[in-house]
Write a protein that binds this ligand. Structure first.
Ligand code: SF4
Length: 432
């Protein structure tokens, strides 16, 4: 999501600024921030402090903060960091040109942190076609109405708003025709509820069908799916539409009904397991990944064992696991039964070690198989190899007769399985 917002800012400033890989030479530094977890937020504060000296050396330098922390802290940031020139919230960053004009007319600092429920997403496309690329992110909605008790998103990204389907389709057509994009990932906090609040909008399953009709687009991914809104209609589109990748990220968060209830997730472990079973029945080769939070307030050893039990039953391809941390504004922050850091650490280790075994077996099950890979380019780990992803979103690095195959769909024979990737060799080109 943040990467996509950064890209939009680059598009909005395309005729004013050029990107530089050397921040010390920049005339404008804009830090995009995430406050979903505590760690990146703390990193931001040390980053901003560093720009103070740079500003002394270059008084013309403009320093801005955008994204969730900008939204969350607003003007408070200025008290600690008076050298910040602009603070652009999660909707405010679309007004970056206006902010720059105000600053150049001497009106600093600029703070745009309004969150409007009827916010209309401007359609932001590059002012000139960017470099050719194979994959791209496309936001289809913003905000969230779910208020999971640990999550800051509804407070910093506002209520859920879906983009108009025509605009989404126009953006994807542009990416395909002008930049050669072959795979898009549709982004939203809960894509499964796309269009539910708007009149005459397609639902998410219908949106996927419409996107799949775009000529030249080969693959569609999406993230994130809230388990409570995963319906059979959507499962069938994933299973039956050949352009929709056979992968779903379905955040479980916890395996105990008591914890799920306190998290306000609105599904039970039984419902989650039932949906996974149906999904696998309809689409046996689907790759399923998830998020887990360990050490939620009041989580007992028995609750935690239930999380491990679901990991064993479902056998997720990969998991993203985190220790619970308090986030501002949230209900869980006010819970009094917080767990000691040592318990959270220990549970996180146990989750990691169980999942490492499961992922290892899943990766090994691909040995000797032929998989379709969309080539994204040269592997960053080995310049003699190409890299891409299978439909299940597994990273595949492989040898090939040529290295200029980015943007082609190829068949690869899997010969080795690593911890988080597969290795193999090119067999044939399937689509150019
Ligand atoms: S669904 Fe829950 S975890 Fe996801 S963004 Fe919304 S409130 Fe946060």
């Amino acid at each position: 999501m943040n990467e996509n917002d950064s890209e939009k800012v680059l598009y909005l400033l395309g005729d004013l600024y050029e990107q530089t890989p050397h921040p010390e030479e920049a005339d404008l530094i804009l830090v995009n921030t995430c406050s979903v977890r505590e760690k990146p937020e703390h990193k931001l504060y040390s980053e901003i402090g560093r720009f103070k000296d740079q500003k002394k050396r270059n008084p013309g330098l403009i320093v801005g903060v955008m994204g969730c922390v900008a939204q969350q802290e607003g003007e408070n940031l200025l008290k600690r960091y008076p050298h910040i020139d602009m603070i652009l919230g999660t909707q405010g960053f679309y007004r970056i040109r206006e902010a720059l004009e105000l600053i150049s007319s001497g009106k600093r600092p600029v703070v745009f942190t309004d969150l409007k429920e009827d916010f209309k997403f401007p359609l932001v496309l590059p002012q000139k076609p960017q470099n050719r690329r194979v994959t791209a992110y496309v936001s289809i909605m913003q905000g969230c109405d779910n208020f999971c008790s640990y999550c800051i998103v509804p407070y910093v990204r506002g209520r859920e708003i879906s983009r108009k389907p025509e605009e989404i389709l126009d953006e994807i057509k542009y990416l395909v025709e002008m930049e050669g994009v072959r795979e898009v990932t549709l982004l939203g906090q809960n894509v499964n509820s796309y269009g539910k609040k708007e009149r005459d909008f397609p639902d998410f399953a219908e949106l996927l069908e419409r996107v799949s009709q775009i000529d030249g687009l080969w693959r569609i991914r999406f993230t994130t799916s809230h388990p409570k809104d995963l319906c059979e209609k959507l499962m069938r589109v994933i299973a039956e539409n050949p352009k929709v990748c056979k992968h779903i990220h379905l955040p479980l968060q916890a395996g105990s009904n008591r914890v799920l209830k306190r998290m306000n997730r609105k599904y039970t472990r039984e419902e989650f397991l039932e949906k996974v079973e149906k999904l696998r029945l309809l689409c046996p080769d689907i790759g399923i990944t998830t998020d887990i939070i360990v050490g939620f307030p009041g989580e007992t050893e028995e609750d935690f064992e239930e999380t491990l039990d679901i990991l064993r039953q479902v056998r997720f391809q990969e998991i993203f696991s985190f220790k619970y941390s308090d986030r501002p504004f949230t209900t869980a922050k006010r819970f009094s039964d917080k767990l000691p850091e040592s318990v959270k650490e220990e549970r996180l280790k146990r989750v990691h070690s169980l999942q490492a075994e499961i992922s290892k077996e899943i990766y090994r099950s691909y040995l000797g198989k032929e998989v379709e890979v969309l080539v994204e380019g040269i592997s960053s780990k080995d310049p003699q190899k190409l890299t891409g992803r299978s439909t299940q979103n597994l990273v595949v690095n492989f040898t090939a007769p040529r290295l200029d195959m980015a943007g082609t769909l190829v068949k690869v024979l899997i010969e080795e399985a690593g911890q988080h990737s597969l290795r193999g060799r090119y067999l044939a080109t399937l689509q150019v």
